[in-house]
Design a protein around this ligand. Structure first.
Ligand code: GDP
Length: 202
């Protein structure tokens, strides 16, 4: 199965966007988690999302249209190291506006580096999304870097502490592991049937 993917637009301020009613799946994670690499792997495009080794520069929502049916929204990376001591998630304003106001957001796929379990900002992000009523799956990234048992332990920790999580994928953009499964999940659009953000008004 292939995903047809095209870049649509970048948005730097909430309100600049004239989105249509197609459902949105947002990809979110700390800077350098491997988000761009995973978007490229999912869409089998070398450079659709720009990868870089310098974390946390641009604060943009990047919209990609997939199969002419839904949007994949690449969100700014959050909290890099500095924020690790706070138990509160520190969103970019744009991210917060988007998560609170988007009427078409159906699912967040939260990327967590499989090598670093228990990072406070990741845990806080899961809790924040749960409080906001936004369904969340986790993708444990860079799974090629750790042993199976470590991945299993990380997954168990997440399930125990966050029973609200709808599911967990293990992915490697390097080896392709788990990418096909995630692609099928995204393409099938079951996630698009559930209303996220039931409480938001605008
Ligand atoms: P982003 O900042 O979240 O978009 O992260 P990038 O996709 O730019 O990746 C950050 C760094 O992690 C780059 O050096 C990538 O080559 C590396 N990386 C991304 N995905 C993987 C993966 O699955 N396995 C390994 N080993 N490295 C990865």
């Amino acid at each position: 199965m292939k995903l047809k993917a095209e870049f649509v637009t970048s948005v730097s301020r909430w309100g600049d966007l004239r989105a249509d009613a197609r459902p949105e799946i947002a990809l979110l994670g700390r800077s350098n988690v491997g988000k761009s690499s995973l978007i490229n792997a999912l869409t089998e495009r070398r450079n659709l999302a720009k990868t870089s080794s310098t974390p946390g520069k641009t604060q943009l929502l990047n919209y990609f249209i997939i199969d002419d049916a839904f949007y994949l929204v690449d969100m700014p990376g959050y909290g890099y190291a500095r924020a690790a001591k706070t138990s509160r998630i520190e969103w970019a304003k744009l991210s917060q506006d988007y998560l609170k106001k988007s009427e078409n957001l159906r699912l967040v796929l939260l990327l967590i580096d499989s090598r670093h379990p228990g990072i406070v900002s990741d845990e806080a992000a899961i809790d924040w999304l749960a409080d906001a009523g936004i369904p969340c799956y986790v993708a444990l990234t860079k799974i090629d870097k750790i042993k199976q048992q470590e991945a299993a332990a990380h997954e168990k920790h997440l399930r125990q502490h966050h029973p609200v999580l709808a599911g967990i994928f293990r992915t490697s953009s390097e080896t392709g592991r788990g990418v096909r499964e995630l692609r099928s999940f995204v393409a099938a659009q079951e996630w698009a049937k559930v209303e996220a953000n039931p409480s938001h008004t605008s």
